[in-house]
Design a protein around this ligand. Structure first.
Ligand SMILES: [Ca+2]
Ligand SMILES: [Ca+2]
Ligand SMILES: [Ca+2]
Length: 470
């Protein structure tokens, strides 16, 4: 190229990205041009030894060929020796004095840098947390680093399973992005923070299990988790309910456990035989309170209280009915499998499979702490079930036995004046020494109907209410 016009002090840059090729004819002028191989004449370009020779060994730039710098070198390791072979392939002009590249030559290499590996760590501001105030606001913080340094470009997406909890959020100057929520439901949530990556930094992610509980409702010495337990149609390996476990937090009780009962409110289940329930106390005892009872008859809204002092066990094969029963573990078929995070076997089983009771499992232990109820459906088929809420009631060794007597101011009385006004007075005393009990309340009932109360006991250990029959 460049014709036969002499070129002097010309600096040429060859770049695939240039606008045009060098001129085939006409003088060379300084500038940036595409690589250009016209390869004209009788003798094709030949680069003798130690050059590569000619022919198939050579790749030509346009217009003779289609090679480019990129097609020849991109993707290769740039490190090593780069050699430039320059020849003059024709004699003349007679007065020619040859040529010189006086300023030498250089190459400018841009390398594609692989995205640097990153690490993401996600933390929670409060774990476990609660469904309602206080303690229901949680901030998850994702920290992204590369080689120990904060990554300050790119975004983090917060997810639970396939669901996006918070869309891509830019990391800050400390390499952190946060997600704050007060809306998590009861149960375990696998929170995943995904660093979405950039051209310079590779993606990474990490997870944490956020546990969310209901606050426990306290009524005297009864402690309830007011939330429902949803029971899926399970599998032989144990289909865990949601939440799993359902937790009840007991606090403020003095003394050791002398009695505990468990009430399952409004149990609904298509095939009760599939249910297994494990109660774990603060003392770590693992008591299977109910398994494989009630046959295959669907039940709806049956409230069961499990009490060591009840007269009978739950039925193995006949329908469950509301009432108070001893804890009952038939433990037939596949037995009782409680997947993680439930503690592993061995478990203690209620009768008839075992001989454990609430008393043998928890008696004498500190009632304060976390009580966890793990419910599973252990067989496919039958469908889903539910428990509306669950409660534990305690008697402790520090509870003083009491005696309550009730007296009437007018008995018999009349339905109209005179003598139709009646005052009923309850007197509560310690059973041991008949001393007045001045703490607590009294509720007056007729059957299940509350007539008055709860009324606070006075300094004489009494509470009264007056009714006028009109
Ligand atoms: Ca089932
Ligand atoms: Ca059964
Ligand atoms: Ca079972």
């Amino acid at each position: 190229m460049g014709g036969t016009a002499a070129a002097a002090s010309t600096t040429l840059t060859l770049d695939d990205a240039a606008v045009s090729q060098l001129p085939d004819n006409g003088p060379l002028v300084s500038g940036t041009f595409k690589p250009t191989a016209v390869n004209s004449g009788i003798v094709k370009d030949n680069f003798p030894a130690p050059g590569p020779g000619t022919g198939a060994a050579l790749t030509f730039a346009a217009p003779f060929g289609t090679g480019t710098l990129a097609s020849q070198f991109n993707g290769t390791n740039p490190n090593g020796t780069w050699s430039l072979y320059v020849i003059d392939d024709a004699l003349g002009p007679a007065s020619g004095i040859g040529a010189i590249i006086a300023g030498g030559w250089s190459i400018n290499i841009t390398t594609a840098v692989a995205a640097a590996p990153t690490a993401t760590v996600v933390t929670s501001s409060l774990n476990p947390s609660f469904t309602t105030t206080p303690g229901n606001t949680v901030t998850f913080t994702a920290t992204v680093t590369s080689a120990g340094n904060p990554v300050t470009q790119g975004t983090v997406t917060f997810m639970e399973g396939a669901a996006t909890l918070q869309a891509a959020t830019a990391v800050n100057g400390s390499g952190q992005a946060t997600f704050t929520t007060s809306a998590l439901s009861e149960g375990s949530h696998l929170i995943r923070a995904v660093y979405d990556g950039t051209a310079s930094f590779a993606t990474s992610n990490s997870t944490l299990t956020q546990v969310v509980n209901n606050h426990t409702i306290v009524i005297g010495s009864t402690f309830c988790n007011p939330g429902p337990i949803a029971i899926p149609d399970g599998a032989l390996t144990g289909g865990p309910a949601t939440p799993y476990p359902s937790n009840i937090f007991v606090s403020g009780l003095a003394g050791a456990v002398s009695k505990v009962t468990l009430t399952l409110n409004n149990l609904t289940e298509t095939r009760p035989d599939d249910l297994d329930m494990l109660l774990v106390g603060p003392n770590g005892a693992r008591f299977v309170v109910m398994s494989d009872v009630g046959g295959q008859t669907a039940i709806g809204n049956v409230t069961l209280t499990l009490d060591d002092a009840a007269a009978s066990l739950l039925p193995d094969a006949t329908p469950l009915t509301a009432g108070t029963f001893r804890p009952t573990a038939v433990n037939s078929g596949s037995g009782a499998v409680f997947p993680s995070p439930a503690p592993g076997a061995p478990y203690s089983f209620a009768a008839p499979f075992g001989a454990a009771t609430f008393a043998t499992s928890f008696g004498g232990s500190n009632p304060n702490g976390t009580w966890s109820l793990y419910v599973v459906d252990d067989a496919t088929g039958g469908g889903a079930g539910s428990i509306a809420s669950a409660c534990l009631s305690f008697v402790t060794t520090s509870d003083t036995p009491t005696t309550t007597t009730v007296t009437s101011s007018q008995n018999p009385s009349f339905t109209s004046v005179p003598s139709n006004t009646v005052t009923l007075t309850a007197h509560v005393t310690r059973t041991s020494d008949n001393g007045n009990v001045t703490l607590g309340t009294v509720t007056f009932k007729e059957g299940a109907t509350v007539l008055a109360g709860p009324l606070t006991l006075n300094g004489s250990g009494t509470a009264s209410f007056t009714t006028v029959v009109a």
